[in-house]
Design a protein around this ligand. Sequence first.
Ligand code: FES
Length: 106
Amino acid sequence: MPKVIFSNEKLNIDAADGANLRETALAAGIQLYRGPARLLNCRGRGDCKTCKVKIEPDKNASPRTAAELPRAHGRILQMIDHRELIGWRLACQVRIRGEIDVATQC
Ligand code: FES
């Protein structure tokens, strides 16, 4: 069972291999959302982008889904959220594949 270390909350939990990170965090009582997003989020569909977490190492998580990739349509380079490119992931899109350290935004 991979260990998931929530560094901000100082909580370590064991998760099933392939478990969804958002569901794992919420089941453990970890708050992923800030402000209004606590109520107004897409419930894991990858639409709202409010469940961002920083994961290390990224290799112990599933590959990025289409919902996590910067969109080419209608965006110019300066408008891309660069956090998407350096370890930030959408918790709802991540499957746990090994031990990971997770930093939430809360
Ligand atoms: S819950 Fe909306 S993008 Fe993850």
